[in-house]
Write a protein that binds this ligand. Sequence first.
Ligand SMILES: O=P(O)(O)OC[C@H]1O[C@H](OP(=O)(O)OP(=O)(O)O)[C@H](O)[C@@H]1O
Ligand SMILES: Nc1ncnc2[nH]cnc12
Length: 219
Amino acid sequence: MQPSTSSHPPSNRPDATEASGRRGSNLPTTTSELAGLKIRLYKSLRQFPDFPEPGILFEDILPLFSDPTLHESLIRALELHIENSYSKDQRPDVIVGLEARGFLFGPSLALRLGAGFVPVRKPGKLPGPTEVASYKKEYGEDHFQIQADAIKQGQRVLILDDIIATGGSAAAAGSLVKKLGGVLLGYIFILELDFLRGRDKLDAPVYTLLSSQPDGEGT
Ligand SMILES: O=P(O)(O)OC[C@H]1O[C@H](OP(=O)(O)OP(=O)(O)O)[C@H](O)[C@@H]1O
Ligand SMILES: Nc1ncnc2[nH]cnc12
């Protein structure tokens, strides 16, 4: 296992200058709204060293849900990102959320977008025919399952989770979506542990709301 060092290097921090709109007076309103939301969201996150085992710096996103205004900001920020990234006829038909933390905000985002929500679950929880994929993550190994009829051939799918660490969970979910015939538009995360280079395992576009993007598009 790789030890966590810092999950929040300073260069990843949301930029208050961008949020105020001072960087360019004709910044689209949505860009400036998104930047402001990110700053607020970022400040609410907490870290716990050595959880769930020594050497892991655990990123706690739960404060985002204990305050309804932060919760609303999170959903709004993700909605803005999707509106800015996909034309109306290319938006997702389905949001796939990963157990368990992807279930906290996947359904509300899907509802906001007028998309369906489909859960990818840990083994033994889903009835009926399922597809299964195994994966390794930052602390351990696991399996994911999806109901075999949950995604129709050709449906556009976005995969959503709180954190990408090694990328094992997300890659397994991506393989399940493709096995069912879904068109994988990409992945969305709240946080990324950049040093683990999880995005290298993924073969669709990756967007992380609160940490740096390689193309400079992020926070
Ligand atoms: O990129 P990876 O190395 O795969 O790690 C990321 C995954 O790990 C965490 O979930 P976890 O399996 O701990 O379960 P939980 O959401 O049920 O707490 C997190 O919510 C992601 O799903
Ligand atoms: N460092 C971390 N903090 C929170 N969730 C995680 N999932 C995998 N690694 C994690």
